[in-house]
Write a protein that binds this ligand. Structure first.
Ligand SMILES: [Zn+2]
Length: 213
């Protein structure tokens, strides 16, 4: 066998021509099958069995079906889309308003959420606790949870909302609101704060609607 014909795919039987073939327990898995199972790097296929691959493919198909059925009734900037009828939500790319990944989440999957500015928690909420820190929007320097107050900085490098979801394999998603040097209290900063506040309130509301409080 030459370099470019390594054998056949153990799942679909297609000839595996390229050097890009993943090894699973039973043999080689072709690139197309890897894609269908969501393995975008060879290492993701490592230690998988054919049964694992079939299960992963089914999961990918189910996710794609959810994506197709998702009909946003509300979007928040280019950051978040909500389907109020199905009680589902997903994060957009933040720039063009497109989807970053086919990941539609249920309202009931929200566990907790917090607003981070340069890694510092400014507000947080979630299961069993009300949103705290909301009062600092517009205020300066206040920080949630007794974290010692550093002096407010002149420049902010990142602002994002970290959302923990009920998913063992992928428990955290982020909404990025600022991802580059931004002057403190500039229009960009204040707009990001406004958006953050709206998203945090919606997360709280979604959790409440799901009966998850
Ligand atoms: Zn294949």
């Amino acid at each position: 066998m030459g370099l470019f014909s390594q054998g056949t795919c153990v799942l679909c039987g297609a000839p595996v021509k390229s050097m890009w073939a993943a090894k699973i327990a039973e043999g080689l898995l072709c690139k197309a099958c890897c894609r269908k199972a969501g393995y975008f790097s060879r290492s993701r296929a490592k230690n998988k069995t054919l049964d694992n691959v079939r299960a992963d493919m089914a999961r990918m198909e189910a996710a794609a079906a959810r994506q197709r059925a998702f009909e946003p009734t509300r979007t928040i900037g280019k950051h978040l889309a909500i389907d109020e009828h199905k009680q589902q939500w997903q994060i957009l790319d933040g720039v063009t308003g497109k989807l970053i990944m086919s990941r539609v989440l249920d309202f009931s999957e929200i566990v907790s959420y917090e607003l981070l500015e340069d890694g510092e928690t400014l507000a947080k909420g979630g299961l069993g606790r009300a949103l705290v820190g909301g009062a600092l929007f517009g205020g300066v320097g206040a920080i949630v949870g007794g974290v010692t107050g550093k002096k407010s900085k002149n420049v902010i490098n990142s602002m994002k909302i970290k959302i923990t979801v009920r998913d063992m394999s992928n428990p955290v998603v982020y909404v990025s609101l600022i991802s580059g040097k931004t002057k403190h209290n500039s229009l960009t900063h204040r707009l990001a704060q406004e958006t953050a506040q709206e998203i945090l309130s919606l997360l709280e509301l979604m959790q409440e609607l799901a009966g998850n409080v």
